[in-house]
Design a protein around this ligand. Structure first.
Ligand SMILES: [Zn+2]
Length: 147
């Protein structure tokens, strides 16, 4: 059983966002932002729907969380995302001084750790591989269907 309010618990919430993206024919990546044990923003990838390459789940989650908090910095927040952030999102998460980032599947091809390993804020805590199997299987299923 998944413990409430654990990293796995919130990653499940990000995963349901990823499923929504999947149903829309979007690359299935989902994200939630958590502050004080509460989800304050949810988002999923919408690059096709919006015709916008910047509409990654993380970018929208950052904007939504900052709007809700009324401040641009997310130092007291944790961002959960089903896939390792790309260099663009890692840069944005760095600007937001995000307190903690938890991702599911690694992305050896487009992930920030390959291209911009120092993009995050130096104080950001980074955890990878939470619900990795589910998250990467969803990605694989998506690309299998597309072929
Ligand atoms: Zn991204």
């Amino acid at each position: 059983m998944i413990e409430p309010f654990s990293d796995e618990y919130f990653m499940k919430k990000a995963f349901s966002e990823a499923l929504q993206a999947f149903e829309k024919g979007e690359v299935p990546v989902g994200a939630v932002v958590v502050a004080n044990g509460k989800i304050i923003a949810r988002a999923h990838n919408l690059t096709e729907t919006l015709n916008d390459v910047t509409a990654h789940a993380e970018m929208q989650a950052i904007t939504a969380a900052a709007n809700l908090l009324g401040g641009k910095y997310l130092g007291d927040c944790t961002l959960y995302v089903t896939l390792e952030p790309c260099a663009m999102c890692a840069g944005a998460l760095g600007w937001a001084q995000t307190g903690k980032i938890v991702y599911g599947a690694s992305d050896p091809k487009r992930g920030f750790r390959k291209f911009a390993p120092k993009a995050l804020h130096p104080k950001t805590e980074l955890i990878g591989g939470v619900l990795e199997t589910e998250c990467s299987e969803l990605m694989q299923e998506f690309f299998r269907e597309r072929r």
